[in-house]
Design a protein around this ligand. Structure first.
Ligand code: PEP
Ligand code: MG
Length: 759
């Protein structure tokens, strides 16, 4: 059964559009289940009716014509109850409704299963049989499994249609909305530039080209390149492989010959398809044919064809990368955005970002916020590989992406962009003013840095110190670990730029969703694995070199503070302190006379919350990493879009933990700051100030907004609000209470500039 399922899903996945996909589903499911009828009904959101979209067994002329409301017929019943329905004799059921045009009166038994994607009913999959009989449990389970697997595939095919301006039933539609999660606030209107993962044939889109000769030339160059690689590889392996094993290279070379794969690709290119698309078509046809074979040896050949395809694609992509131009108002789209991709776009051209993977708490989103670029993360249903060059709107406030937006929507969003620009400009005047509440409480606002541009932005916005310098960022843009000297230069630049203000440098925090290309960490559960201090304690050479570089960089400046990430207990802290003292001794022995800087611990693991006092006793300061603390307290992977709506730093459990940390740190007489993204959320910042945090550290983009809000409120009022919020047990009620309170105080405009757009 598993094999049949796999084959059907694979075939449906390869279908060129929704109609073809549904056609394959009804045909294959009917065959697999040996039923007389198989039909798919999809819910049309415009009419709110289940429409017969494909059938094998019923009268095909009724496709697109027969439809029923959710309160009509058995299909409507399956859709509204969201449960399968298994009937021996359908016509005896009170909800049975007869459609003469389908000819279904001949069929007695009925088994229907809802097709549900992301909690939403998309349609119903039905099989019918002439004779009266109850479908057995195995059949029911098969249909339920089939519809669960097909839901995503249908959603994808539907979305692809909408990208091309086609509605479910093939009629033209204006725009389509794809929902993700907010990554970085702001709105952008621009042109999609898709960055495809290297050498991944499955995601190569179709594209029409006019210059066929140029495409053919590109493909021939790629062919030559792969042929040369194969010959070189074969020669290199001559001494290590037996002749029969080396024969594989000859097979590859033969496949590339004009009469085989190569020739087929050329034929497709001649129809006007670009070389990459033609290659994908031909390779996937071959791969499918091989994979569907029952002979294990032949099935294996599929991987040879795939490998060849990947090699050819790599050459074609290389050629494209060299010619890639970024239009004005580029919106970068990728399956998984990486910080490096952001750096490739020339300055001034990047206005928005969309990532299919990841969530608002992924590190790439954190960088996007620091850069002030509107971003949507986790747009899982967006057929991203198909949208290169089309117009997009990115709504980073709500986490929505619009393809082919109407004139009206574009105008509305252009107004939001302008309003936001004016708002930011208006805040520039705050630069020199202190962050002081109406009743005279001073709240120091620090910044988080990492990217080069952060320094300038932070200075322009009047930061009072650096609460978190993410040292892994300079590590991420290198091709090997930077040497002590290289690190020293980078850290010195940072310390000098802010001098005499303090700069809190965090020791290397890799793992989780932050990987170094030259030090890959592959784990099933990366956020619960080898991360942060765990890596650097296992590699004292990395930790010592980094600490030495920090200490030497601070010579004569004395504004360094060292922060330790991911501490889960006293032992880790003591080991890290030991290493820091060792590095300090070494540096002084070498003649650099620097004082031991203040050392702090991040509170970002629940265990550390309960050991705040013990940890505080051994260090000079504490800093709460609310990004990780939220993910670990709520058991919600910060990088997973599926659970992004459960990730909430205003959850009562998180708020209680924060209050406890502040109280415990102060009981030990130690200052405590917070450097997670929460600190940069203006309304959350009001609560954090009321809790008693000694400083808030945030991205420079948000700093003026937080300052503006805190200057409009008194500490007394903030404390009242906190006291009220702490009595609420439901996160959503906390959000609305906070919004309402700030709106009533006339402070609502900082919260959501795009709130009036109805889409
Ligand atoms: C945090 O976890 O809140 C934090 C500031 O660190 P990072 O986001 O880099 O993990
Ligand atoms: Mg963290």
């Amino acid at each position: 059964m598993l094999n049949t399922l796999r084959k059907i899903v694979q075939e449906v996945n390869a279908a060129k559009d929704l109609k073809a996909a549904l056609g394959i589903i009804v045909q294959r499911v009917r065959e697999a289940m040996g039923s007389h009828v198989c039909s798919v009904y999809l819910l049309d959101p415009e009419t709110n009716r289940f429409v017969l979209m494909a059938t094998e067994g019923l009268n095909k002329r009724s496709i697109g014509k027969v439809s029923m409301a959710p309160n009509e017929g058995l299909v409507g019943l399956v859709g509204t109850r969201e449960e399968p329905l298994n009937l021996e004799n359908a016509s005896e059921h009170p909800r049975y409704r007869y459609f003469a045009e389908t000819g279904e009166e001949r069929y007695a038994s009925f088994l229907g299963s809802p097709i549900i994607h992301h909690r939403k009913v998309m349609g119903v999959l039905v099989i019918q049989q002439k004779e009266r009989r109850q479908f057995d449990e195995g059949e029911e389970a098969f249909l339920v499994t089939m519809s669960a697997q097909l839901a995503g595939v249908i959603a994808h095919a539907e979305a692809t249609g909408s990208i091309r301006g086609l509605g479910k039933q093939g009629k033209g539609i204006q725009e389509a909305k794809f929902v993700g999660v907010p990554g970085s606030p702001g709105a952008a209107v621009g042109t999609a530039v898709v960055v495809l993962p290297p050498a991944d044939l499955d995601v190569v889109p179709d594209k029409h080209v006019d210059d066929i000769t140029a495409e053919l030339a590109l493909f021939n160059t790629a062919l030559e390149g792969v042929r040369a690689d194969m010959r070189a590889l074969s020669a290199k392996m001559a001494t290590q492989l037996r002749p029969e094993e080396r024969a594989l290279f000859d097979v590859y070379l033969m496949m590339l010959e004009d009469a085989a794969l190569g020739n087929e690709v050329v034929k497709v290119i001649k129809t006007g398809q670009w070389a990459q698309g033609a290659l994908r078509q031909v390779v996937s046809e071959h791969v499918n044919r091989f994979e569907l074979m029952d002979d294990a040896y032949l099935r294996e050949r599929a991987s040879d064809v795939k490998d060849l395809g990947r090699r050819l694609l790599a050459y074609l992509q290389q050629a494209r990368q060299q010619t890639l131009t970024y239009p004005d108002n580029t919106i970068l789209v990728s399956e998984e955005l990486s910080p490096a991709m952001l750096g490739e776009v020339p300055e001034g051209k990047l206005v928005g970002l969309v990532s299919v993977q990841g969530s608002g708490n992924s590190h790439v989103a954190i960088f996007a916020r620091a850069m002030g670029i509107p971003t949507v993360m986790g747009a899982v249903d967006l057929p991203y590989s198909k949208i290169d060059g089309i117009q997009l709107i990115v709504d980073g406030y709500h986490g929505e992406v619009f393809t082919n937006p109407s004139e009206l929507l574009r105008k509305q969003y252009a107004d939001v962009v302008e309003e936001e620009r004016q708002l930011t400009q208006g805040l520039d005047a705050l630069r020199a003013l202190p962050c002081e509440t109406l009743d005279g409480h001073r709240m120091p606002l620090w910044v988080n840095t990492g990217l080069l541009a952060d320094v300038k932005r932070a200075q322009e916005r009047g930061a009072e110190g650096v609460g978190l310098y993410r040292t892994e960022v300079p590590f991420m843009i290198k091709e090997r670990f930077p040497s002590e000297k290289e690190q020293l230069a980078i850290y010195r630049e940072q310390l000098q730029a802010f001098h005499p203000l303090p700069v809190t440098m965090r020791s290397l925090d890799i793992g989780g969703d932050k990987s170094l290309s030259y030090f890959p960490i592959k784990e099933e559960n990366p956020f619960l694995g080898w991360r942060g201090i765990r890596v650097t304690l296992d590699h004292p050479e990395i930790f010592l070199v980094q600490t030495r570089a920090m200490l030497k960089a601070s010579e004569g400046l004395d504004n360094l503070r060292i922060l330790l990430p991911m501490i889960s207990g006293i032992q880790e802290l003591e080991e890290a302190l030991h290493l820091i003292h060792r590095a300090w001794g070494e540096v002084r022995d070498e003649g650099t006379d620097v004082p031991l800087p203040p050392i702090g611990v991040m509170i970002e693991i629940p265990a550390a919350v309960y050991q705040t006092r013990e940890l505080a006793r051994q260090v000079d300061f504490l800093s709460v990493g609310s990004n990780d603390l939220t993910q670990y307290l709520l058991a919600v992977d910060r990088n997973n879009p599926r659970v992004a709506d459960l990730y909430d730093f205003l959850h009562p459990a998180v708020l209680q933990a924060l209050c406890k940390v502040v109280a415990d740190a102060h009981a030990e007489g130690k200052p405590v700051s917070i450097c997670g993204e929460m600190a940069g959320d203006p309304s959350a910042a009001v609560l954090l100030m009321a809790m008693g945090f000694d400083s808030l550290s945030m991205n420079a983009t948000n700093l003026p907004k937080v300052k503006w809000l805190l200057r409009q409120i008194s500490l007394g009022r903030a404390r009242e609000l906190l006291a009220q919020v702490m009595t609420i047990d439901n996160p959503q009620v906390i959000h609305s209470t906070l919004q309402l309170a700030l709106r009533n105080l006339g402070l609502g405009r900082m919260i959501n500039p795009a709130s009036n757009i109805q889409s």
